[in-house]
Design a protein around this ligand. Structure first.
Ligand SMILES: [Zn+2]
Length: 332
């Protein structure tokens, strides 16, 4: 497809996002890059759509490493149309599928890793998703767990079941959340669920050796706002130390799990992140960041369209402050 509309989008991005002290920094969030379209989540990026998005992004923006962009935002020296690419959680497909595309386009990205799920672990959301996907039952009755009764006879019904269950499970205390998703897996009768969704240590090292930045995302991906200060500090510190010991380099950036300010993390926890020796941190509050933004609560935006032109339009709207938020509860 020709890139005939790019000069217009590039022009608009430059108008809305000038250089220097008035700069507006866009930071994008990704989670997975799938080999092909997932029938349960047709909006999730695939190798093809990610490749097209990176080409478009490169034509519209100056893509900077997040660490450099955060420092230059504060110093008032960002170029016009600055943007950064980030990935959350540590999915193996970030290395197998996204890394070659980033390298092909010469783009830098930062990967925030929840360390406890590396090497064969599985995040709670994926236990729910894969249980529902792999169940051969017509219905999944979780009423005794206050999680509803779900029909599973089509992909649409399976997707609806996941969208209904995940938000109810997400805010449970960590241990109860683990127990609950294990019960859902048993109830779904889905058999062995995949244990290769997340990176191995070797894959993490490949990403780091390729020049990509690795950032902290806690150890077990709890909702920090639900933890006391000591537990929150410990979750953040354990993840940071594990990454530093494994990679032999300082971990400078952090992403709050789930990431909504006031709901998923609290101002005091931004203070803890600063005290633990990070240089900057990112939320999932949409929009852009400016010179006066708190470097420990930089905004990020999830582009969610697989159509090239609405993807570009979403990026422009986000800079303009009119971003529509993707309400999909699958990730974070
Ligand atoms: Zn996350």
């Amino acid at each position: 497809m020709p890139h005939f509309a790019n000069p217009l989008y590039r022009f608009l991005a430059g108008k809305l996002s000038p250089s220097g002290v008035s700069a507006r920094l866009s930071i994008l969030i990704y989670h997975r890059v799938l080999p092909q379209t997932d029938p349960l989540f047709p909006g999730e990026a695939t190798i093809d759509t990610f490749n097209a998005q990176m080409a478009l992004l490169k034509s519209m923006f100056n893509i900077l490493p997040l660490h450099e962009a955060a420092a230059r935002l504060k110093a008032g020296t960002l170029p016009a149309r600055s943007a950064c690419i980030t990935f959350d959680d540590g999915y193996a497909d970030n290395v197998t599928n996204a890394l070659p595309i980033l390298q092909k386009h010469g783009l830098h990205a930062t990967f925030f890793i929840a360390t406890s799920y590396l090497n064969g672990g599985r995040m709670f959301n994926d236990t729910v998703i894969e249980s529902v996907r792999c169940s051969n039952q017509e219905t999944l009755d979780l009423r005794d767990m206050n999680l509803g009764n779900h029909r599973l006879s089509s992909n649409a019904e399976r997707a609806a079941a996941i969208e209904d269950i995940l938000p109810k499970v997400k805010y449970l205390p960590l241990e109860i959340r683990q127990e609950t998703v294990a019960n859902i897996a048993r109830r779904a009768g889905a058999g062995n669920l995949p244990d290769d969704l997340m990176m191995t240590t070797a894959q993490l090292k490949t990403l780091h050796a390729a020049g990509m930045e690795i950032g902290g995302h806690t150890h077990r991906h709890p909702i920090l706002a639900n933890l006391n200060d000591a537990d929150a500090r410990n979750e953040i510190a354990v993840g940071k130390t594990w990454l530093e010991d494994t990679l032999g380099s300082r971990i400078r950036l952090f992403a709050y799990p789930n990431g909504k300010p006031g709901t998923d993390y609290l101002p005091d926890q931004a203070k803890i992140v600063r005290e633990l020796g990070f240089d900057a941190a990112v939320s999932t509050h949409p929009g852009i960041s400016i010179k006066s933004s708190d470097p420990f609560q930089l905004s990020r935006f999830t582009p969610w369209s697989n159509s090239r032109y609405s993807f570009a339009a979403q990026l422009i709207k986000n800079i303009h402050g009119a971003a529509t938020i993707n309400e999909s509860t699958r990730r974070h």
